[in-house]
Design a protein around this ligand. Sequence first.
Ligand SMILES: Nc1ncnc2c1ncn2[C@@H]1O[C@H](COP(=O)(O)OP(=O)(O)O)[C@@H](O)[C@H]1O
Ligand SMILES: [Mg+2]
Length: 283
Amino acid sequence: MARSRKRHEHDDQPRRPRAGRAPIIELNDVTKVYPGGHMALDRVSLSIGRGEFVFLVGPTGCGKSTLIKMLIRELSATDGSVKIAGRDIGALPEKKIPQLRRNIGTVFQDFKLLPNRTVYDNVAYALQVIGASRAEIREQVPATLRMVGLSTKLNSYPDQLSGGEQQRTAVARAFVNHPPLLLADEPSGNLDPVTSIGIMQLLYRINKTGTTVVVVTHDREMVDNMRRRVVELYEGRVVRDEVSGGYTEESTSEFGLRMRAEMGVGAQGEGQTNGHSRDHGLA
Ligand SMILES: Nc1ncnc2c1ncn2[C@@H]1O[C@H](COP(=O)(O)OP(=O)(O)O)[C@@H](O)[C@H]1O
Ligand SMILES: [Mg+2]
């Protein structure tokens, strides 16, 4: 098995052989002190393996967004090391940072879509900036928008979409180049419960393709029902890291049905009103 994995690496990823077995995220005693002296993270150590689905929770101000920003080198650690796929990103030269970010999709609470571009162009733009070919863009953009259930909205502008549709567009943009890691900072913070389940279902689907997914959320009920690993921060420290078993073999549609049942909501949310559930191909 070791031999076949090695051969596979050489065939597919000739430039990343050493990083192959390292956890996708590894924090060692990471401390972050903001200018002014506030300690937002206090000796955080954390390892997240490839393909995991992890919730990051904790009260407002406990350091969740700070941690997310460290993973894309939007912030640097004051002390300790942050490794992505085995590479210490604290030591990364500035000119290598765009390359790091290409491998990490990000989704935020406020969507951050370009208002003057259509759904299609918002997603295509993410591929254009990394130098994808036109053929690749023509193939990947519609496929990804189909995956998120937005095939009928390609030519809509963000202000013509519901909140859930805007977030689906943002998820499509983050995933269109199939990064190994996707970070979502309160992706359902502005959405109603039914729509939120739809977004979680989508992140679950993305995780099933092999992408590691880290989701910051305040939604305790969602976290409890999803039964995935939960890392909890409190005042900058990890106070809980629980791996919750079960349900790993669920299909995405089984997952959606169970979540809606457990959270006591019907299937009438905005994500279900225009054939999205059939459009997804989520099963
Ligand atoms: N740029 C900044 N400068 C100074 N303090 C900051 C900055 N950003 C965040 N903080 C502080 O760091 C702490 C953690 O913030 P944050 O990571 O945004 O928390 P969370 O996302 O968990 O709500 C908070 O007390 C916040 O006020
Ligand atoms: Mg935050």
